[in-house]
Design a protein around this ligand. Structure first.
Ligand SMILES: Cc1cc2nc3c(=O)[nH]c(=O)nc-3n(C[C@H](O)[C@H](O)[C@H](O)COP(=O)(O)O)c2cc1C
Length: 199
């Protein structure tokens, strides 16, 4: 499948077939794809939690408003978190990154207000979200990115004070009656000349 075809055919799944499971090899592949996501200076200020246990998924569903049925029906919920402890982040890059990368952070980011540094962490993590959704498209796995969740409740379930939740993603296989698939609900986007400049 070409990447363009994958982008045309992928869509935000609203209804899952809860009898269909994702092969464990494919889940392992998705984990490795996330690990390989690019980030500024290779900062990797993120954590990705795969939740397939039914009881735990139910707890997340209860903290997810209108998205709850997708979480209970899908195969796996993936929670995207960014690091929230700047000291822990600095320790991580000092231990793992070359001098030049740490120097970039020290010169251009370290002295900024904490909320700006954390926003930069979020930017990197959303990039991984884009990689993940694209990979799912290529692998014929259906997905639902969800900001319609309660991050504080997610944090309480995950119980890792160094990280905070940004977004959840359901993955699995569509119910054949899902009305949101492109064949039933064609993709809606701004026109090419409204979003692309060629100079
Ligand atoms: C960061 C992000 C958060 C989103 N949050 C939700 C959500 O909480 N629930 C939902 O059903 N769709 C959610 N969406 C899906 C978008 O509405 C959808 O991607 C957009 O309308 C384009 O449609 P498509 O993904 O089917 O091409 C979200 C998408 C993104 C990228």
């Amino acid at each position: 499948m070409s990447f363009l075809t994958a982008m045309q055919e992928r869509y935000t799944t609203k209804k899952y077939d809860n009898t269909k499971k994702i092969d464990s090899e494919k889940i392992a592949e998705l984990k490795e794809i996330l690990r390989l996501s690019p980030s500024s200076i290779n900062s990797q200020p993120w954590k990705f939690t795969f939740v397939s246990d039914t009881k735990t998924k139910k707890k997340f569903a209860e903290a997810s408003f209108f998205n709850a049925p997708k979480i209970t029906q899908c195969d796996t919920l993936v929670v995207f978190s960014r690091i929230d402890n700047i000291d822990a982040f600095e320790k991580q890059i000092n231990n793992n990154l070359p001098e030049g990368a740490v120097g970039y952070y020290n010169n251009f980011l370290k002295d900024k207000p904490a909320n700006e540094i954390k926003s930069w962490f979020s930017d990197q993590t959303y990039l991984a979200l884009g990689v993940f959704l694209s990979a799912c498209g290529v692998m014929n796995i259906d997905a639902t990115p969800m900001e319609g969740i309660e991050p504080e409740k997610y944090n309480a379930i995950l119980n890792d004070k160094n990280y905070t939740t940004l977004v959840g993603v359901c993955i699995g296989y569509r119910d054949k009656n899902d009305g949101n698939m492109p064949a039933k609900n064609p993709k809606s986007r701004l026109a090419l000349d409204e979003v692309i400049n060629s100079i």
